[in-house]
Design a protein around this ligand. Structure first.
Ligand SMILES: [Zn+2]
Length: 382
């Protein structure tokens, strides 16, 4: 099947040039109607240096272009290079791209969260108690869309909006009505491959066939995945407080695939495979002879995001050696050594740093020269 390709103007630059988004929409038209299929939204490169997701989307475009309409039930929207501002930013060889420098904001902490609007969720839940889940979902989505329209329509006002707001409304307008959202990132340093998931979605997280899953047990709704799912989790909680336990088939995932400024084949392949398997399990891809390797999901390691511990340089200096990515350490085990120089007429010294707790090394700084207080490595405390 061939995608519908839509090019969406995003921003006019001072030079007059226009930055665009481009969406590849694979849609089985037969699955739109009374009993529609699911809508999947996948984007990549929201942080400028985190490029591996673009290669994942390229492979997905290639794969989906070679299946038949009947192999897809629903629609899949793919947006590679979803942040052209971040993608194109350079500091010599390096691609910082994590912040909107002009506004001083992290590109992935700017999104609109309906759950933060002044909206009486409990009253809404109360009014929906007798409806089936599909109807509740439709009614709630209408509320979200109406809230979104009120805010986003200011794009066309005379006063205009700061670019991070224009940007967030553009991206969120593409996925507000999606069932599943997948945001493809990587470490902006050197990182392992893992998936961030939300409470009560552990089983589905296993479908990505990755070795590690990090539960977002603390989140404020400003990140892309959070902004999408938080209103639905809030509604589930509102129902629970009324004695009704429901779970909407609405999911948001952030896949972290490898390292910054690099496209590692292994990370890309894992991402493609995991997404394909997820879509098969969700019934979006219906390909009888699709071969997905045996799942190792029972071996997947789950850790809460509050267990992420950053080790920052206790002195300025040069990291001489360090544990390898993926190492499991015990409290007291060696993590890294740093050469610290001085301007006191003395010989340089070596400082060794050890783990404060048991853990898995999942993130390493890309720069081995560090000022005091800079990130050296990330440990998932076990
Ligand atoms: Zn990122």
């Amino acid at each position: 099947m061939l995608p519908i390709i839509e090019t969406i103007p995003l921003r006019q630059m001072a030079s007059g040039d226009i930055l665009n988004l481009q969406v590849y929409k694979f849609i089985n038209l037969k699955s739109i109607g009374d009993h529609p299929g699911k809508k999947v939204y996948i984007q990549s490169n929201l942080h400028g240096s985190e490029i591996s997701g673009n290669a994942v989307i390229y492979q997905l475009i290639e794969f989906l272009s070679n299946i038949n309409d009947d192999n897809l039930w629903g629609e899949i929207w793919l947006v590679p290079l979803c942040n052209p501002m971040g993608v194109n930013e350079r500091a010599q060889h390096f691609s910082p791209g994590r912040f909107c420098v002009y506004e001083g904001k992290d590109w992935n902490r700017i999104f609109w969260d309906f759950a933060k609007e002044n909206y009486d969720l409990l009253a809404f839940a109360q009014s929906q108690l007798d409806f089936d889940l599909d109807t509740v979902r439709k009614n709630y989505l209408a509320e979200i869309k109406s809230g979104f329209l009120q805010k986003s329509s200011k794009i066309n006002s005379q006063a205009g909006l700061p670019f991070t707001e224009i940007f967030r409304y553009q991206l969120q307008s593409l996925c507000l009505d999606a069932d599943y959202v997948i945001d493809l990132h990587s470490a902006n340093n050197q990182g392992l491959d893992y998936v961030y998931y939300f409470p009560n979605r552990e089983d589905a997280a296993k479908n990505f066939l990755l070795d590690y899953g990090i539960l977002l047990d603390e989140y404020d709704g400003d990140a892309f995945d959070e902004a999408f799912i938080k209103p639905w989790l809030a509604l589930e909680s509102a129902f629970a407080s009324l004695g009704k336990n429901v779970r909407f088939d609405v999911e948001a995932w952030t896949l972290e695939l490898g390292s910054g400024m690099q496209i590692k084949a292994d990370s890309v392949n894992k991402g493609v495979l995991g997404i394909k398997n997820y879509l098969v399990q969700k019934g979006v891809l219906q390909i009888p002879d699709l071969i997905i390797p045996e799942s190792k999901s029972e071996e997947m390691l789950f850790v809460s995001s509050s267990k992420r511990k950053k080790y920052c340089a206790t002195v300025g200096g040069m990291i001489k050696s360090r544990v390898k990515l993926g190492t499991v350490v015990k409290a007291g085990d060696w993590l890294y050594e740093i050469i610290t120089f001085n301007k006191e007429g003395k010989i340089p010294r070596i400082i060794n740093i050890c783990a404060e707790s048991d853990g898995l090394v999942y993130d390493l700084s890309i720069n081995e020269a560090v000022n005091q207080g800079e990130f050296v490595l990330g440990l998932l405390e076990l």
